[in-house]
Design a protein around this ligand. Sequence first.
Ligand code: TYD
Length: 144
Amino acid sequence: MQVIKYMFQPHGDERGQLISLEEFKDIPFRIKRVYYMYDTKDGVIRGHHAHKSLEQILVCIHGTCKIKLDNGIETKVVLLEKPYEGLYIASNIWREMYDFSPDAVLLVFASEFDDESDYIRDYEEFLRYNYDLSGEELKIVNGG
Ligand code: TYD
């Protein structure tokens, strides 16, 4: 599985840093929704779902956290620790967010409004959905 990270351009000067993100330019889709997570409690794992069509870019604008990506065949863990890096998550990827530092703020740009019918919240259903899409044989990998 290819992990796609965007490195955003900071506009730095003696006063500090500023990052500007525009849809279709820095973010590869129309931004219909922005949300963020903060004050995440120790030991919490968020996510546990995939989306049928939603695309997202995750930016840990403060602190650190880890994102586990799973395409049904393999898993990858990505550490987000810089406010200038964005992790792209395509549709049909199971994701879990965890190991949030107490000061972590995880900002998410989403290509769609929130729509419960776009969620796949059951892992077995996610595997079946991907299998149906790809027609390929699935190997289930534990851990990652
Ligand atoms: P949840 O889906 O549990 O977040 P995650 O999967 O990232 O851990 O969402 C937590 C709550 O926030 C839940 O009540 C739904 C609400 N919510 C919205 O109202 N709009 C949104 O865009 C999102 C992502 C969540």
